[in-house]
Structure formats: structure tokens, C-alpha cells
Design a binder for this molecule. Sequence first.
Ligand SMILES: C[S@@+](CC[C@H](N)C(=O)[O-])C[C@H]1O[C@@H](n2cnc3c(N)ncnc32)[C@H](O)[C@@H]1O
Length: 236
Amino acid sequence: MGGLTYIDFLAKFGVGGAHPGGIGLTKSILAEENITNECTILDAGCGTGQTAAYLFDQYKAKITCLELNPIMIEKAKNRFLSLQYPIQLIQGSVEEIPFQDDSFDFILCESVLAFVNKPKALKEFNRVLKPGGRLLANEMTINSKLNKQAEEEIVQFYNIDSLLLESDWVQLFEECGFTDIEIKSLHLNLMDNSSAQEFNFSQNFEPELFSILNQHGNMLVKYHDILSHRIFSCSK
Ligand SMILES: C[S@@+](CC[C@H](N)C(=O)[O-])C[C@H]1O[C@@H](n2cnc3c(N)ncnc32)[C@H](O)[C@@H]1O
């Protein structure tokens, strides 16, 4: 695979809504919250910026995006420029967030924690959230414990450090200072045709990335009853 990762595939293919349920599920998650144009919102690990653009379009909120990958940054920047949306876009890591304590009313984290040092990022989220602020996270979750070999296969493919059960996530949120942890059972509105996958391909991309796409598909089929996701909503 030449050192290329699943995130490299997402970046070069410019996959928008690169999280379970896509932008359709994002809309349902946001609709449950009390978001106004006064709110400060951090889209942590924003990818190509599809969610952030929707947040501005729908709520006119004050949006900041944080993203580490330079290709994702470029694609998000072009999106916001072409839409002329005043969204602040910063290159940096969720493990060391370049903002002051108590900065945001909401942090949205869609399929990002899975790929980073989770306690480090969650402590940072807690630090930069205002008191009473909310973290909304849609993250990879296993439905039951896996045998060592299966766990190793998934962890290696996605280049992640661990796979968490729902109960592991809840414990981790608590350890990192979060309260009122809710697990939302929200589903995609199938009548919403904006949920179709969005791509923004880079001009040059390595053919091996197709093999990563294939392997991702195989992984979802092979582990369809175990590899899942949960939507968590919690307060500082
Ligand atoms: C699965 S993608 C999800 C992207 C976006 N949230 C979405 O739903 O389309 C994970 C994203 O997290 C970003 N990421 C990975 N590690 C990061 C870090 N330490 N800090 C900030 N972003 C990171 C990746 O570059 C990628 O854009």
C-alpha cells in the first residue's frame, strides 16, 4: 500500500461527509440542538468542509474548522471561498487545539476521534468548550468484543490505536470531564437526497488508493454486525 492510509484515500478522493450516515445524518444530529447565529462552533477534523458549509448555510453560526491534512484543508478552503462563506479554517491538530479555554458553544466531531489519541483530543475538546457547551460526536464503535486477529486487521487497516465499545466511549468521555452523556438513536432521513456521497478528486492520485477503497468496502461487509458507530452528545 506504500504507506498510504485510509485518510489519504478520503483526502485525494475528496470524500465529503466522510462519516457514517453522511451529511444526511449530520442534519438530523444538528436539528436536535439549540443552534443559533450567536453560537460559536468548532468542526474538529472538518475534512473537505461539507458539514461546516451546511452549518453556515442553515444557521449562520460562527464557525471554525480545524483540520490536519493539507489536502483536506485545500479542498475545504476552496469550498468556502467559492461559496463566499466566512468560515475560519485553521490547520492544526485536535490533540493540541490552538484556541483558548472556553471558546466554543459546540464542538462537532464526525469520525475523527477514532483516528487520533482519544484521551488527548477529548481533554482538549473539554478545555476549549465553554462551560455548559456541548460535544457532538459520531464515532466508530464496535458492537461486541473482537478476537485478537480481527481487531488487529481493523486497527491496522484504518491506522488507528484502538476500537471502543459503547461503554468504553462513555467511560472515556467521563474521564475527560464530560457529563450528561447521551447516546442518540438517530437515523438518516431517506427522503433527503442530499445524502448522496460527494467527491472532489485531486488531479493526481495513486492507483493504490482504489485498493484502499476496495478494502474499506470489504471491511464493512466482513464486519457488518460488529463495526458500527454511535452518536454521542455530552456537556462540559
Ligand atoms: C474520516 S475523516 C472525517 C472528515 C469530516 N469530519 C467528515 O465527516 O467528512 C477524518 C478526518 O480527521 C482528520 N484528522 C485526522 N487526525 C487529525 C488530527 N490530529 N487533527 C485534526 N484533524 C485530524 C483527517 O485529516 C480527516 O479529515
